[in-house]
Design a protein around this ligand. Structure first.
Ligand code: AMP
Ligand code: MG
Length: 423
């Protein structure tokens, strides 16, 4: 497993700004080495381990972009119609013969341009008449054709190392003829829940128990990343048991995630367990919801004393767990996966709500978005609890209120983070 040096996060602050946490991750967490080949069909979501240089040009040859008539532009009269004899017909996939001056050929989209031809008139603009085609004036040389390499030149870097492979990237790799790609190993992420009150979905719900939802949310979030989520179950509210479980899991995982038990309550043991099993890097973020989040490095059992596995202690409240996952766990996974850093998507919206907040921390307010003319309108979810799971299922985005802002009035412009685009 990838191990971090013990001082890679050295930081002495108290309440860490979200941007500082992001900078820590970007600066201190090393990118991985090594690669494995993966068939293109199985490459979705993986991270390219090396630049993909185009082994062929794209398109590979000069071809027609439309159904129409190919000819030499020099044969087109600058004013008035031109009549050219039709000397052949060429469909996609057929080999082209050169065309003689003063002639045209019927051509279809994707067919190679015959030698000599340099322009195509769309069939809608031309008229066929007795073995000839009549072309109006005014078309530019090179119109309606696609030169070889106009998309990607031979040998050009089509996709850079670190690129996450989505549908567009996989399509491009296929178009370049690649049946397999060298990608990074998936990041192995162990996911724990913590809390004596938690029950496994499917089990009987006894008194004072509640079903564990965070582990399922977090594993589902990881499924959208170049990660392999490993379900490590529920830990009791016990410092030693938590420290032991973290140390045992550290050797076999690249990253550990916990949720709950990281606040200041007497039953909150994650911070102390991180300190016991390794080193705390920071605790408490200047963010709402999500303030108690912690990050550290766990020394694996039997591992060297100065290397460790990163651990992120996410808060227990489900909305806080999601907010801090997006800001801590997600960039950490991308970094450990060797992926190029990705900022979360955000756009401007108009607030349809009033809100007051404290300066000095960033707040994420759940909103639904209405799209019409002008800016999208952000309506606040009517209730605020960080434990309300329906506030996520019934919202589209977080309005991201910056540290310095203290109030929002209806009509104000706010930045929104459309979490559904990230999930
Ligand atoms: P804690 O920080 O452990 O006190 O947790 C804060 C709140 O989140 C409590 O109401 C917990 O019951 C709840 N919580 C903690 N972990 C989970 C979980 N895995 N799934 C659902 N709720 C949780
Ligand atoms: Mg708890």
């Amino acid at each position: 497993m990838a191990q971090l040096s013990d001082d890679c996060f050295a930081f002495g602050g108290k309440l860490l700004a979200v941007e500082q946490a992001a900078a820590l991750i970007a600066e201190r967490v090393p990118s991985p080495d090594g690669s494995e080949p993966v068939a293109l069909r199985a490459a979705l979501g993986r991270v390219l381990a090396e630049d993909l240089r185009a082994p062929v040009a794209l398109p590979p040859f000069f071809n027609s972009a439309v159904d129409g008539y190919a000819f030499r532009h020099a044969d087109l009269a600058p004013q008035g119609e031109t009549r050219l004899r039709l000397a052949g017909r060429l469909q996609a996939g057929a080999a082209a013969a050169p065309i003689a001056p003063g002639t045209a050929i019927r051509i279809f989209t994707g067919a190679p341009m015959p030698d000599g031809a340099d322009t195509v008139m769309m069939q809608e603009d031309a008229q066929e008449e007795g073995g000839a085609v009549i072309l109006p004036p005014g078309l530019k040389r090179g119109a309606n054709c696609r030169p070889a390499g106009e998309d990607v030149a031979l040998g050009e870097v089509a996709l850079a190392e670190g690129r996450r492979l989505g549908p567009a990237e996989i399509g491009l790799a296929a178009a370049l003829g690649c049946a397999s790609l060298n990608v990074r190993r998936r990041v192995r992420v162990g996911v724990f829940s913590t809390g004596d009150e938690l029950a496994e979905p499917g089990a009987q719900l006894g008194g004072a128990k509640t079903y564990d939802s965070n582990r399922f949310t977090l594993m589902a979030l990881l499924a959208g990343l170049p990660a392999e989520a490993v379900d490590l179950g529920i830990l009791p509210d016990d410092r030693d048991a938590t420290a032991r479980a973290l140390r045992e899991a550290a050797a076999a995982h690249d990253l550990l995630l916990t949720s709950g038990g990281v606040s200041t309550g007497e039953a909150d043991h994650v911070k102390a367990a991180i300190e016991a099993g390794g080193r705390l890097v920071f605790w408490r973020l200047a963010v709402k919801p999500g303030r108690p989040a912690a990050m550290g490095v766990i020394r694996p059992e039997g591992g060297s004393a100065d290397a460790g596995t990163p651990v992120v202690g996410l808060p227990g409240n489900p909305v806080a767990a999601v907010v801090t996952f997006l800001h801590l766990a997600r960039p950490l996974v991308l970094r450990l996966a060797g992926a190029t850093a990705e900022t979360l998507p955000r756009f401007a919206a108009e607030a349809a709500f009033a809100y007051r907040k404290k300066a000095g921390r960033r707040e994420y307010v759940r909103v639904s978005l209405a799209f019409g003319e002008g800016l999208p309108v952000a309506r606040k979810y009517p209730r605020e609890g960080a434990g309300l799971l329906t506030s996520l299922t019934e919202s589209d985005a977080f309005a991201e209120l910056p540290e310095e802002v203290t109030q929002v009035a209806p009509g104000d412009r706010v930045r929104v983070l459309p979490f559904r685009a990230v999930f």
